[in-house]
Design a protein around this ligand. Sequence first.
Ligand code: SAM
Length: 277
Amino acid sequence: MLYICATPIGNLKDITLRALEVLALSDIILCEDTRVSKNLLTHHHIKYKRLVALHEHNENEITEKVLNWLGEGLILTQISDAGTPGISDPGARLCSKVLAHGFKISPIPGACAYLSLLSVAGVHTQSLFYGFLPSNRSGRHKILNTWRSVDYAVCIYEAPHRILACVRDIFECLGPKCEIIMGRELTKQFETIKKCNIEELLEFIEKDPNQQRGELVLILYPTSKKADALMDSLSATQINTLNLLLQELPPKKAVTLTHKIVGGNKDILYNYVINLK
Ligand code: SAM
């Protein structure tokens, strides 16, 4: 059996009872940085049997060994430095090989940085997890431009030394009104959660260098761009008529009448009204 086990993203208490049990009974714990994992195991008084480093540079090589160990009937657990393995962390190649060889694999769920932020984000739309954007500007722009008219939120991870450049690129590609929530140092002493538009976030982190430190997750919801694009497709006459009728009539009637008098797609007219609210 191979367990894929989540560990804390900052606060060492954020670990499940099941994770502690599984770590204690494992014959081998596969971890990214043995120093980081030793710290966690020692903190929880776990007398582990054996730690083996598995990181992005040796994942293929260690996976071959894992297949042999599983064949011998050993219990293995993979952890990463923080959060859930396989989420912008090593583990995908290991899991696909282990599954392909027919061994049992089981998740021990727990902390994950983007899910933690999403849980407090108050985002009503569906969301997608992207992970790290490319480290160069043109690569970031290429990806960000594909999100110009999406109507779902996107979760991204970013390194502290790139956060300013990344937020500037979001500003350039998705516009100042793109809404965003930043989670910094979640579950740690200097936890910061900031929900605003991209223009305000840029000002916030430019003014305070502390906001460019630590671990960061961002959730963007570029819906305003979409609403702007929709509104752009309405003529001034349609907007003026609708605004006028809205002063006297409920939204549905105002939309129907505007459509009858000066035309315009009813859905877009209705979206305009929702956006006004
Ligand atoms: N596997 C991890 C998870 O489940 O979230 C993510 C690992 S990825 C290599 C590390 C990135 O996750 C960081 O650069 C940061 O973007 C995000 N992250 C990790 N811990 C965080 C925290 N406490 N607060 C905010 N973001 C965090």
